[in-house]
Design a protein. Structure first.
Length: 285
């Protein structure tokens, strides 16, 4: 028995929301619902209009033999601001400052609700860029990478600080830790990333910049192009990263290791999101 249009729209909406930035052929819905292509196109138009009116996102239609539809989540300025504010409030919790000036963030990284929102926020900034993979360093950067990758529908590539037998042949480089100034090593399996890939580097915390610099060096060994760098928080003036490719949600300043106090400033993520030429204006509820 064929579904009514209202029932089809519910099922199609749920499928699109679960598969952001994925090309879905119209023939998939035609076959699933046993409907004419023209009827499915009308359904898509209704969903697209509703998504735009409710600031959920946009649906792009691609014509041709390999055509179909792609759902791209789009945040309204209000929702984007709420996500950043929620993240900053969580950072302000007591007892976050650890020895050495590090900030405890494991509870945030393990919180699926806020990480999913942050993933949408970062992906909004970069989803119109050509990206082949999301690259991070084990282990704290992994939740950030998967949160972004799940929205951009791109694979996650994990750089490790030691060689694993299960990784096969690896390519390793030495880098100077920005905080300890010690020489450390990072390695990546040659099977993990194709040469010439376009990558987005992500991490949870940027302290001295050594890890990000090391990641960039390793990407050059793979002849990969770094199209962006995104971190949740930084605690120094990362002047070498200040360009349109660098995104940070927060900045931690005036760290006092004796009292455990520090100050939190807003990062540039909101500014990047709201000022992007390729981000469509959506209704601010």
């Amino acid at each position: 028995m064929k579904l009514k249009r209202s029932e089809r729209i519910v099922v199609m909406t749920e499928y699109l929301l679960r598969n952001p930035n994925k090309l879905i052929p119209l023939t998939y819905f035609v076959s699933k619902f046993n409907q004419a292509k023209s009827s499915i196109s009308e359904d898509i138009h209704i969903i697209k209009t509703s998504f735009q009116e409710e600031s959920i996102g946009d649906i792009k239609t691609l014509s041709g033999v390999n055509g179909g539809v792609i759902f791209q989540p789009v945040l309204s300025p209000k929702v984007a601001t709420e996500i950043v504010d929620e993240f900053l409030e969580m950072l302000k919790a007591n007892d976050r400052l650890l020895a050495g000036g590090y900030v405890y963030m494991s509870d945030i990284l393990g919180n699926p609700s806020i990480m999913n929102k942050i993933g949408v926020l970062i992906s909004n900034i970069y989803q119109n860029k050509e990206i082949d993979a999301i690259v991070t360093v084990a282990s704290k950067g992994i939740p950030v990478a998967y949160a972004v990758a799940s929205v951009l529908n791109k694979p996650v590539v994990i750089i490790r600080k030691d060689n694993k037998v299960t990784e096969g042949t690896t390519l390793a480089i030495n880098f100077v830790s920005g905080s300890s100034r010690k020489i450390e090593t990072m390695a990546l399996s040659k099977k993990s990333l194709k040469e010439g890939s376009k990558v987005l580097l992500v991490d949870d915390f940027l302290r001295g910049g050594g890890i990000i610099t090391g990641m960039q060096t390793l990407m050059r060994e793979f002849d990969a192009e770094v199209v962006g760098i995104a971190v949740l928080s930084q605690c120094f003036n990362a002047e070498q990263f200040y360009d349109e490719r660098y995104t940070y949600l927060s900045k931690i300043t005036n760290i006092n290791e004796y009292t455990g106090e520090f100050e939190i400033e807003n990062g540039n993520a909101l500014e990047q999101l709201l000022n992007k030429d390729n981000i469509k204006e959506v209704r601010n509820e």
